[in-house]
Design a binder for this molecule. Structure first.
Ligand SMILES: C[S@@+](CC[C@H](N)C(=O)[O-])C[C@H]1O[C@@H](n2cnc3c(N)ncnc32)[C@H](O)[C@@H]1O
Length: 354
């Protein structure tokens, strides 16, 4: 049976699944935060000895060969891949017997409020958006329970740091509103709407929209909002081709969407965000680092590994692109944004000149 929620996070259908996934979560924490720094230290030292420098222009194949000659890097890779597979498989299997019931609940929620959901029956999902990012089965677009699977799978991914949407509370509390009115706010690539819903908490009088390419994601987001009685709206659409008027929004938020789209799409999204913002409006970005020309070999090895073995096909394109130039070329002025508790993220406040 379905076992309700633990606060804001759904519970798996059996306690055995929950215990198993708790183990996977610990496994991830050890691999990611405990082992990787050692992989980096050992590998960078060997690269320097064998290739003569830590130069960012070293041939990536040669760098990978050095790392792959060490037992610790090989073990780390196996653990990273295997724990992801264990996570998704168990989450998917835990909810699978209840698929019909969950789909019916989401269907019933479509006409419920307080907010609304907009699905275009003629929407065509571009192929680039159908990759199984992070190895999630069916990706964001092609598994009917993608929203729920993503919700529990990312609970594990965040290793306990987002069980009560803490990451999304911080995003909503620290995104930068514009000077003057802030009556209409958009969250692009909103996934299951965790930040979208938290924005309502900070801006209770604003009209808030979450926009997302994946239909099962946006349906689940709306379902959660109706369960929590939060007045936010969701729409299935492309962030590079938004069905909104010019200047409609006072503020836009983007949290880790850009490293998951191809480079030409990055520019398309930035240009369309510029279009839908009013003059003086702000675009708050929380994202992977970019224009990373001086990365040590260990980080180049890790990004390459992740792109191939954790299905992040677009992240190298983003990480090495000059994202700030793309923003400036679209017309934004950019400043450093608020410090985020995840030190890996860059935060930017981009303003459309008044
Ligand atoms: C890593 S998730 C973003 C996480 C989310 N912002 C949050 O608050 O947790 C990236 C999301 O962007 C969506 N996405 C990717 N390309 C998109 C596009 N062109 N337009 C709209 N959404 C897109 C994906 O389907 C996915 O749900």
């Amino acid at each position: 049976m379905l076992r309700g929620n633990d606060g804001l996070t759904p519970r798996t259908s059996t306690l055995a699944d929950e215990s198993y996934l708790d183990f996977v979560e610990s496994f991830r924490m050890i691999a990611g935060y405990g082992v990787y720094p050692k992989v980096a230290a050992v590998g960078d030292k060997l690269v320097e000895e064998q290739l003569g420098s830590l130069d960012p222009d070293l041939d990536l194949g040669a760098v990978n060969d050095v790392f792959n000659s060490t037992a610790i890097a090989k073990t780390w890779q196996r653990v990273m891949r295997t724990h992801q597979e264990m996570n998704w498989r168990r989450v998917r299997d835990s909810f699978a017997p209840f698929e019909a019931q969950i789909l019916q609940e989401m269907e019933d929620a479509k006409t419920a409020g307080p907010g609304k959901i907009v699905i275009d029956p003629d929407f065509v999902t571009p192929d680039y958006a159908r990759e199984e990012i992070h190895l999630m089965p069916g990706g964001y677009t092609d598994h009917p329970l993608a929203g729920l699977i993503y919700h529990y799978g990312t609970k594990v991914f965040y290793t306990g740091m987002n069980d009560q949407d803490e990451v999304h509370v911080e995003l909503a509390q620290t995104m930068t509103p514009p000077e003057g009115k802030c009556e209409k706010i958009l969250d692009i690539g909103c996934s299951i709407g965790q930040a979208t819903m938290q924005l309502k908490d900070r801006f209770p009088d604003a009209e808030i929209w979450g926009l997302e390419v994946g239909e099962p994601m946006v349906k689940y987001a709306h379902y959660l909002a109706t369960q929590r009685n939060i007045d936010v709206n969701f729409i299935q659409a492309l962030a590079e081709d938004m069905p909104f008027e010019d200047g409609e929004f006072d503020a836009v938020l983007a949290y880790i969407i850009f490293h998951e789209v191809p480079v030409p799409v990055i520019s398309g999204i930035v240009e369309d965000v510029f279009r839908v913002l009013r003059p003086g409006g702000t675009f708050s970005v929380f994202e992977f680092p970019s224009a990373s020309q001086n990365l040590p070999p260990s980080q180049r090895f890790m990004i390459d590994y992740d792109s191939k073995n954790n299905c992040e096909p677009y992240s190298p394109g983003f990480v090495y692109a000059d994202f700030h130039k793309i923003l400036k070329d679209a017309g934004f002025t950019i400043e450093k944004g608020p410090t985020n508790s995840n030190p890996f993220l860059q935060t930017l406040v981009c303003t459309k000149p008044a």
